[in-house]
Design a protein around this ligand. Structure first.
Ligand code: CMX
Length: 135
């Protein structure tokens, strides 16, 4: 296990990308739309992990709702796991509240994800992410 990425909710992805790239000098790895989650995301490599900037693409997206309620800022911490289905079942059996009953495949099948609700963790949304076909 390791920290896969830290997710930051932003209102304007293009402006935020400019700042992280041109001012902070971070390396932009990828920008993609993740329709399953109603977000557009930009990934910046920071050593062994990533910073993920997220903009909601619909008003009812989790990111748009988060920004409306709490403003821009850190939205989640993602932990890389080997088998997200197994992690989901183990955590449920230990009493954690998972957002999805079954983990979801996203990003054209390259990632399988689930979330532990902030009510379980002391106020931090935790993502569990399996990189499919990657170590
Ligand atoms: N971190 C910490 N607390 C959060 C939070 C977050 N990211 N999002 C919501 N909360 C808090 C709210 O402030 C609220 O607290 P209070 O009860 O004290 O007011 C509580 O959790 C419930 O909030 P809510 O507005 O009623 O929000 P919902 O229950 O509708 O949604 C959640 C919360 C976590 C279930 C929803 O955001 C979700 O389904 N998240 C998983 C999907 C997701 O985040 N997708 C975007 C990222 C996709 C990607 O990384 O690719």
């Amino acid at each position: 296990m390791r920290i896969d990425h830290i997710g930051i909710a932003v209102k304007n992805l293009d402006e935020a990308v400019k700042f992280y790239k041109d001012v902070l000098g971070l390396e932009l790895e990828d920008i993609e739309e993740v329709p399953e989650e109603n977000v557009r995301v930009a990934m910046f490599r920071v050593g062994e992990t990533y910073i993920e900037l997220l903009q909601g693409t619909t008003q009812d997206s989790a990111i748009s709702k988060f920004i409306e309620k709490r403003g821009e800022g850190i939205h989640h911490i993602a932990i890389r796991v080997d088998d997200v289905d197994r992690s989901t079942e183990i955590l449920k059996s230990r009493g954690a509240v998972l957002v999805y009953d079954k983990a979801r495949l996203v990003s054209k099948g390259s990632r399988k994800i689930n979330f532990v609700h902030p009510k379980s963790t002391g106020g931090v949304l935790l993502e569990l992410v399996e990189r499919v076909g990657r170590e």
